[in-house]
Design a protein around this ligand. Structure first.
Ligand SMILES: Nc1ncnc2c1ncn2[C@@H]1O[C@H](COP(=O)(O)OP(=O)(O)OP(=O)(O)O)[C@@H](O)[C@H]1O
Length: 911
């Protein structure tokens, strides 16, 4: 039987079309199912007749894999279809959403195909089974011998036919067996396939379910997003609408404004035109004005430049003036006065300051606390004023040049004056146990001098020596001695410009800063200090630190000598305020007395009096060379800003003002050079002096000739009178034989003064001694020796003046404590030679002019020999002897303040 004849074996027509599975394998082109996943859109209904898929199942029995787009042949064997369905399922997994439906559709097609095949197979097998059954029955029938069977005559042929038929049946039976076996195999295979199909279907359904879930999730998410987007869209629309509305309103507003503006423009157009015209005019005017202004600016600039130049010049001129003023001051030798105001101390009321203002150029306005602002103002002017905040360093910086000039051979004196507790010791020494930062002038000056001397040691060899004395209760004590109170010292020739005022005070050589510190500390420790109501450690003495410098120029062999006096005066005080008693009261009285004497000296100097009462106190004697010599002198006037001390401060300021007016004459260098010019200068000076002496001799000769001068040695009163008025009184007589007596009398005065008497006058009367001294000055006999003698008389310690005279004649400075260099000996010899050469003609002339007056001639001779040392002083003396200035002296006496007045606080008024 032919397998292709289906009808014969009962296969329905409908199934026939699917039976090509086994028969039409080789006709793929007619049974292709094509699906292009890229071009075929998703069709959720899965309708077979849908044009979207463009499939016609009747014509297409092959599919194309959606993923690989490969052709699927539905006529393929079952295992290929299964693998295809697996592929499709894989693609299901890979494809998402939109492709699910398509893949499902294809899968469904494949599965239906498989089902169809299984159905046709089972039909086939059923038909074959029926056939086999039919044949079996036939064979059975044949095998059963029947009586009814008749053997025809044509038996052999029939038998042959039957034999053939039986053979065929046997063949068919073997076919049937084979077919049955095949059927069994097929059944087994079908069962396997069914199982595979079942599991595939299951997994497909699961995957479908999962995909559906995912699809629904995705759908939900998409829906959510869609909702969000719609919401945003709605929102945006709303905002747009609102914006449109606002824009609309604004546009309306703008159009309204435009309308108004247009109306306004049209209204203002004319005035605007007018304005424009006037603006044009103004613009032109402005341009013109600008041009004019530029011209003026140029002019102004030029003028300004001229002015600036002039201002600069003016400034320079001011500086020049200042410099010149200083130079004039220097030449005049004015005492420089620096005022220092100390800060308020702990416990003082800061509100009540008497300091109004401090000017840059040394002006100080002081306020009277008991008066109205305007009435109570007083202005003072000094070289410089330091406010309370000024530091020790700043103060020293200003006086440093002065201090250094000592190294150039000048004598310098710096002293601090002021009421008790006003800061004198602070300025001069610093506070108790001072650090380097608050070192006072003493430390800094010594240190500086020492350092400079060190730095110059290659050209000048300096020797620095220090003395430190105090004047306590009118006694001079050596502060560097082991026991200062034991030894009273005498004051030597203060009239010598560079002489040691107190030669017996120990002079310590200084070689280092530590030496300086050590000496200062010893001195400070030895100083008399005690507590008063106004100052817890009030200095009860005047302290004088004297620095002696001698410098030898290594090149020129000349010698420079300078001395620096640093004086911390004891404070003036009102005893009622300082509440002192007993010893303190006595100290205070001595202090006030000596300060009063200083005031008298300053007053005399400021008045340019002939007589200056240096000898009224130890203080003025010690300071004589600084105040009356050719020294550079500086005074610190210390001020306590407290309103309670107003009177004392005012008094100190007035005193300082007077001091600043004192002219000492130009300071002189103490230089002893080898050059002839120095000697020539001195010769010229001596010649001048000689000329003046000649005049004086002539004058005396004239008086002698007229016989009006008388000199009675026995009459002491007359003698005194003569001494006092020798140059002025016409009654003075000078007899020939009286010159010897005169000398005796002079010697007597000295001798008696040495013993502490005053030739019939009350003992130790300062005024008398001053007068005697003045008399000697008036006689032109106030050489160094006389002064030294007078000075020594007042101290109790005898100093041998004969030697001093020699020393004075040899050197302007006494440096007995330094080793004497050879050059000075040579110089001494040369000087005495010059002196004798100069003195000789003078003696001769004097002998010719005044033969009957040998004593006067002798006096003159001795004076001349001293003149070599101090020509200007002698010259001054002669001038003094010729001048008639007794009224000034008397006025000075009137001013002198009594100790009683001082102790009751009236010193200020006297100043
Ligand atoms: N410029 C200053 N800065 C800080 N303190 C100062 C200054 N001047 C003075 N003093 C302080 O004021 C007090 C009094 O000063 P000082 O003892 O120097 O006065 P004085 O004038 O020497 O007094 P006296 O005449 O009684 O000896 C001290 O305690 C001192 O330290």
């Amino acid at each position: 039987m032919d397998a292709s004849e289906g009808k014969k074996i009962g296969i329905s027509e409908e199934n026939k079309k699917y039976s090509f599975a086994e028969t039409k394998y080789d006709q793929p082109s007619q049974n292709l199912l094509f699906w292009d996943p890229m071009s075929t859109p998703y069709h959720p209904s899965g309708n077979k007749s849908s044009e979207v898929f463009q499939l016609k199942q009747a014509q297409c029995s092959e599919l194309i894999s959606p993923r690989s787009s490969k052709m699927i042949d539905l006529n393929s064997p079952i295992h290929i279809l299964f693998s295809t369905s697996n592929d499709i399922l894989d693609e299901f997994i890979l494809n998402k959403n939109g492709e699910i439906q398509r893949s499902g559709y294809f899968l469904k097609e494949v599965v239906q195909e498989i089902e169809r095949r299984f159905a046709s197979q089972s039909d086939l097998y059923r038909r074959k089974y029926n056939e086999v059954k039919f044949l079996k029955d036939e064979i059975k029938t044949l095998k059963t011998p029947s009586a009814e069977v008749q053997i025809p005559t044509d038996r052999p042929l029939v038998l042959q036919t039957e034999k053939e038929k039986n053979e065929e049946k046997i063949l068919a039976g073997s076919n049937i067996r084979r077919l049955l076996k095949e059927k069994e195999d097929s059944d087994t295979r079908i069962i396997e396939l069914m199982q595979v199909l079942e599991s595939t279907k299951k997994s497909y359904e699961e995957k479908c379910e999962q995909l559906e879930i995912e699809a629904s999730d995705a759908k939900q998410e998409l829906e959510g997003r869609l909702k969000d987007s719609e919401f945003l869209l709605e929102e945006s629309r709303r905002v747009i609408k609102a914006l449109e509305a606002t824009l609309e309103a604004k546009l309306q507003n703008l159009s309204q404004k435009e309308h108004i503006l247009n109306a306004f423009m049209s209204l203002k157009f004319r005035p605007l035109q007018e304005l424009r015209t006037s603006a044009q005019t103004i613009k032109q005017e402005v341009i013109y004005a600008e041009r004019k202004r530029n011209d003026e600016l140029v002019n102004f600039g030029m003028k300004l430049k001229v002015l600036t130049d002039e201002a600069t010049n003016y400034h320079n001129v001011l500086l020049e003036n200042r410099k010149l003023y200083n130079e004039v001051q220097e030449l005049k030798g004015n005492i420089r006065v620096y005022c220092r105001i100390r800060p308020f101390l702990v416990g003082e009321t800061r509100k009540s300051s008497i300091v109004g203002s401090i000017g840059e150029n040394g002006e100080l306005v002081v306020l009277n606390p008991s008066k109205q602002v305007k009435d109570g103002e007083k202005m003072f002017k000094f070289n410089k004023v330091y406010g309370p905040s000024a530091t020790q360093g700043e103060v020293f910086l200003d006086i440093q040049p002065l201090v250094r000039s000592v190294l150039d051979g000048y004598n310098v004196c710096i002293f601090a004056y002021g009421q008790t507790g006003s800061g004198k010791t602070y300025t001069m020494s610093g506070p108790d146990s001072p650090t380097e930062e608050v070192w006072g002038v003493n430390y800094r000056a010594l240190n500086d001098l020492f350092h400079i001397s060190q730095s110059r040691r290659n050209s000048i060899l300096y020797e620095v020596g220090v003395q430190m004395i105090e004047i306590y209760n009118e006694q001079v004590r050596d502060l560097l001695a082991n026991d200062p109170s034991q030894k009273k010292l005498g004051i030597l020739s203060s009239s010598q410009p560079n002489g040691l005022a107190v030669p017996n005070a120990i002079m310590h050589p200084v070689n280092s800063t530590s030496d300086v510190l050590e000496l200062m500390n010893i001195g400070q420790t030895n100083r008399a200090v005690s507590a008063t109501a106004l100052n817890t450690s009030s200095s009860r003495s005047h302290c004088v630190v004297t620095v002696h410098i001698r410098g030898s120029d290594l090149k020129t062999r000349s010698t420079l000598c300078g001395s620096l006096h640093l004086v911390d005066l004891a404070g003036s005080e009102r005893v009622d305020r300082s509440e002192v008693m007993g010893d303190r009261l006595k100290e205070a009285q001595h202090i006030n007395k000596s300060l009063s004497a200083l005031g008298d000296v300053i007053f005399s100097l400021s008045q340019k009096n002939a007589h200056v009462p240096y000898r009224n106190s130890k203080l003025t004697q010690v300071l004589q060379s600084s105040l009356g010599g050719h020294a550079k002198t500086l005074m610190f006037v210390q001020i306590n800003p407290d309103a309670n001390s107003y009177l004392e401060s005012l008094s100190a300021l007035k005193f300082a003002e007077r001091v600043s007016g004192v002219e000492l004459g130009a300071a002189r260098i103490n230089k002893e050079g080898n050059d002839v010019s120095n000697l020539m200068e001195k010769v010229v000076l001596l010649e001048e002096t000689l000329a003046r002496k000649d005049e004086e001799i002539d004058h005396l000769q004239m008086l002698l000739d007229t016989g009006t001068v008388s000199f009675n040695v026995n009459n002491k009163k007359h003698e005194k009178s003569m001494l006092r008025h020798s140059s002025s009184s016409p009654e003075i007589s000078f007899k020939d034989n009286s010159s010897c007596r005169s000398e005796i009398s002079f010697q007597q005065i000295i001798e008696s003064n040495r013993k502490g008497e005053s030739l019939g006058q009350p003992k130790d009367s300062g005024e008398e001694r001053g007068r005697t001294y003045a008399d000697m000055e008036l006689l032109g006999l106030n050489g160094a020796d006389s002064e030294e003698f007078s000075s020594d008389i007042s101290d109790g310690d005898l100093i041998h003046m004969g030697k001093e005279t020699e020393r004075s004649a040899a050197s302007a400075i006494d440096f007995s404590h330094f080793p004497e260099p050879k050059s000075i000996d040579n110089r001494k010899q040369r000087m005495s030679k010059v002196a004798s050469q100069i003195a000789k003609p003078l003696q001769e002339r004097a002998a010719q002019a005044t033969p009957p007056r040998p004593k006067l001639k002798d006096t003159l001779k001795s004076t001349t020999s001293k003149e070599i040392l101090r020509p200007p002083a002698l010259r001054d003396t002669i001038r003094t002897s010729n001048s008639k200035d007794s009224p000034k002296s008397s006025s000075m006496k009137k001013i002198s303040t009594s100790p009683a007045a001082l102790s009751s606080g009236k010193m200020a008024a006297n100043h």
